[in-house]
Ligand binder design. Sequence first.
Ligand code: ZN
Length: 268
Amino acid sequence: MKLTMLGSGAADGIPAFYSETRVSKHARLHRGKDVRSRPAAIVDDVLKIDLGPDTWYQLMREGLDARDWIAVMITHSDDDHFSIDELQYAVFPFNDMEFFGFPIYGNQPVCRRIIERYPAWPFEVQVTKSFQTFEVAEYKVTPVEANHKRDEDSHNFIIDDGKSVCLYATDTGYWFDTTWDFLTGIKLDCLVLECSEGFNPTPYNGHLDANEFLAVVDRLRRMGTIKERTRVITTHHSHNGEGTHDELTQFFCSYGIEVGYDGLTVEF
Ligand SMILES: [Zn+2]
């Protein structure tokens, strides 16, 4: 399986809009891996995860084509993950296509918003529920319950292509027992996990900081869900997390954890 990290930033990206934080200023100056667009990923260039406001730019940057997609899977309805307007360009009158080329998977609020916004448009929506596996071509996808935006069934996704297994976990705080129980017995080849708060923890419990990230990884290692060779990668970094790419790398490298960045592609 190949996973490309299209966006590794949090909701306002890095450098953030209207922001003079140290991390934003550093990114404006140094660019490179410090520039983080809004969170999204794609598996094998075809299975799209989230549809944020930077989708057009991310596809252009990576030389990808939305017509290759076989599904779009939305983790939850927050704006940085689900920009509903981006759907309309797939069909007439924006182009000649009369039918949307692939289904959109999302929780109840996501699907409801699509239907209400585009009642007569040819979108195929499939409602997802945590812990209920669905299949897209050769991929088995299982949403697991995220500890994030608790007024809806926010998901992290386990993606299994029959050869390898990936958990894409943005956004979430420390999981509830239901998710920990579900992950028992699962062996991951790749974990992409959010680290929004970096070195600057807040009282909000719907995101992880760097030490909470380590606690999650440590527990997964003790459970055997993460093996020696499992790729563990951070994502969803906020400019308020007080960590540049180099500083985060310095912190995480001794734990065998890779700091994600826009355009990172991993094969496992
Ligand atoms: Zn987010």
